[in-house]
Design a protein. Structure first.
Lengths: 268, 405
């Protein structure tokens, strides 16, 4: 069982949803991003997605684009991502990597999987890789004992929900809406339907379904926790670091935001 | 190595290239485009409507012009120009755009988005949307809106909304990223009218198919004019749509050499280049596996070319495949070589080419020198240079009464 699987099982045993936070490695620089992750975990994140900053983030809105740009400008590399993963794992939270596919392919798929496992990472979320193109990744992640998290979307057909859920381990990432990352004033109505359809597609395997995109308040986290196994929040954390006049202020804001969300996922 | 006419395979692969590296949210829309095109291409009514537009609106078939004077500067080879510059809107782009606009209507969608670099694809898209009553939004890098201000005005005259993209390198690649972000949020009523033979399946095939007419016409015209097939076919390559346009009909003619000329910028061995086959490496970019300009960590490198339309750090996957198999050859042309050929065509033939197409002309000069007298070279003159007059005037110092250096 990966640390991701045990964290999600633990939340389920406690009768609540898990809180999953996202931050690009190296934002605002490598050392500081480790401190932000620690603040996220201190505030109550069960799982942290460490983002691999990429030059062409097609699925991200302006906030995460800006955060990734800052990380790249600070010189963040794939090896730095493993450092942040290692530090994340040391906090006791489960550490995942979220990455567009090209940096993984360029690094070498097997080498990436091996180094991530060595750093204590539990798995990888791949937003632009669909199972049909994932033969090499499936083999490498199996060998390294990593979870594979693919995405499903409100536009996914039932056939594709079944195919994608069958290819996932750890959890299925349900994109709450048709759109890019970023905060929204309301949780999309499409989210609950998608979670229900995805559960039907998993055919009672019990594979957790976690929801991301557009969740940025404790109330929204509570709402999503009412039907999902995990609540994923990214842009809200990045925004607090971007808005802070200095790192220390940002860390306080990040911890208190995580606390708000952690209370949300426990209030269903 | 011969070309497999069955390509791409069912999932859009050309050998190890192509495929579909796209967010799940877009897969249903890509499937819809693929299924609709499979029906439309076999539908006589659709084909008749498209053929009518190509003839009566675009002005096809485009002429084949023998460039006798220019040929004297090409080692004595005979250079024949396929005049896509004479099409309505001034480039080959209109062929693809009319087909996809009809497809948009067929899918019941009312809104079209597109990316543009030089503005040729944006202008063509805005034109087709005006004709067919479709809402039109064009994404264009802020840097390119400055380089191609006239085309921005042209698109707005045609009723399109032009959105300058102010993130990343502010060029074509960032305009494509932004168009994909729009598409995923508005896919219910929106078609992404992709402008080149790149992107996730089925775009490389769809765009190639809609441009097939270019090479098919040229093949007949050369046979009629010369009595045989050309020895070589030359085209410029950015994303590669005009090159696939003229190559596709010649792929089975294995005696016809195919040459793609990439934008070398300051030189393919310098960092200021856009020559992704000559200088890049295999990677995944904008939805397909292909050659990409990237660093050791897979981050996309900024491209450079004097030509906005070729200023793109990757290339369509079928070109990557043709380069891999050796069926087509790809070489880089520097900014300076392209501009010299640009001026030469203006002076010797009275034709102002697009700077993009000038890369193919410069390539034809090199081929002519190598192949010698008697060789027949077909060049796809993909666009006209009206949009490039500012760039050329600045390059040659023609403004304020200054003569060229």
């Amino acid at each position: 069982m990966t640390t991701l699987q045990s964290k999600l099982a633990q939340a389920r045993a406690e009768g609540r949803a898990a809180l999953i936070g996202y931050l690009p490695a190296g934002f605002p620089d490598v050392e500081s991003s480790i401190r932000v992750v620690q603040a996220m975990v201190e505030g109550g994140c069960d799982v942290v997605e460490v983002g691999l900053p990429y030059s062409d983030p097609m699925m991200d809105g302006p906030t995460i684009q800006r955060a990734a740009d800052v990380a790249l400008a600070a010189g963040t590399t794939t090896d730095d991502v493993f450092c942040v993963v290692e530090a994340t794992a040391r906090t006791g939270a489960a550490a995942l990597v979220m990455s567009y596919w090209n940096p993984i392919e360029r690094y070498g798929v097997e080498r990436f999987a091996g180094n991530l496992a060595k750093a204590g990472g539990a798995g990888v979320i791949t937003p632009d890789l669909i199972p049909e193109e994932a033969q090499e990744w499936t083999a490498a992640s199996d060998t390294a004992g990593l979870d594979r998290v693919f995405l499903v979307a409100p536009s996914s057909t039932d056939r594709r929900l079944a195919l994608t859920a069958a290819a996932c381990s750890g959890f299925v990432y349900a994109a709450s809406l048709m759109g890019v990352t970023g905060t929204r004033t309301q949780v999309a109505g499409t989210a609950e339907v998608l979670v229900r359809r995805t559960r039907e597609a998993t055919r009672g395997s019990g594979l957790p379904v976690c929801v991301g995109l557009g969740i940025s308040t404790g109330a929204q986290a509570a709402e999503v926790a009412g039907y999902a196994d995990g609540v994923i929040v990214g842009a809200g954390f990045c925004q607090r670091v971007l808005d802070a006049p200095d790192l220390e202020t940002g860390l306080i804001a990040v911890t208190s935001f995580a606390q708000e969300l952690a209370a949300g996922v426990r209030s269903r | 190595m011969s070309h497999d006419p069955q390509l791409p395979d069912a999932r859009g692969h050309y050998g190890r290239f192509g495929g579909r590296f796209a967010p799940e949210a877009l897969i249903a829309a890509l499937d819809e485009v693929e299924a609709e095109w499979d029906k439309a291409r076999l539908d006589p009514d659709f084909q008749a409507e498209l053929a009518g537009l190509l003839k009566d609106y675009t002005g096809r078939p485009s002429a084949l012009t023998e460039a006798g004077n220019f040929s004297e500067h090409c080692g004595g080879a005979r250079v024949l120009l396929k005049r896509e510059d004479l099409n309505h809107t001034g480039s080959h782009k209109i062929n693809n755009v009319l087909g996809q606009a009809l497809l948009t209507r067929r899918m019941g969608k009312t809104r079209v988005i597109a990316e543009t670099g030089a503005g040729q694809h944006g202008v063509a898209t805005a034109t087709a949307c005006a004709l067919m009553g479709l809402e039109c939004v064009i994404y264009m890098g802020e840097e390119d809106t400055r380089r191609q201000a006239l085309n921005v005005a042209r698109m707005r005259l045609l009723g399109a909304e032009v959105v300058p993209v102010t993130i990343g390198s502010r060029t074509l690649k960032d305009a494509i990223n932004e168009a994909f972000r729009d598409w995923v949020a508005n896919v219910d009523r929106t078609h992404y009218l992709f402008g080149t033979v790149a992107g996730p399946h089925p775009f490389p095939r769809l765009v190639r198919d809609l441009h097939f007419v270019v090479g098919a016409e040229a093949r007949e015209q050369v046979l009629e004019r010369v009595g045989r097939l050309p020895d070589a076919v030359a085209a410029c390559v950015g994303g590669g749509s005009n090159a696939m346009a003229v190559f596709a009909a010649f792929l089975p003619d294995t005696d016809v050499a195919l040459y793609g000329f990439e934008a070398g910028g300051d030189g393919a061995d310098t960092p200021r280049t856009a020559a992704s086959i000559s200088s890049g490496s295999p990677g995944v970019f904008h939805g397909a596996r292909t050659f990409v300009l990237q660093d050791e960590y897979g981050q996309t490198l900024p491209s450079h070319s004097i030509s906005a339309g070729l200023d793109y750090p990757a290339v369509g996957p079928e070109h990557a495949y043709l380069a891999d198999t050796g069926r087509a050859h790809y070489e880089a042309i520097t900014d300076a070589e392209a501009m010299e050929a640009f001026r030469l065509l203006c002076r010797t033939e009275g034709i102002i080419p697009a700077i993009e197409s000038a890369h193919a002309l410069a390539g034809a000069r090199k081929l002519g020198e190598r192949m010698g007298p008697g060789a027949v070279i077909l060049v796809n003159l993909s666009g006209r240079g009206d949009k490039d007059v500012d760039t050329a005037a600045a390059y040659f110092g023609l403004i304020d009464g200054k003569d060229e250096a």
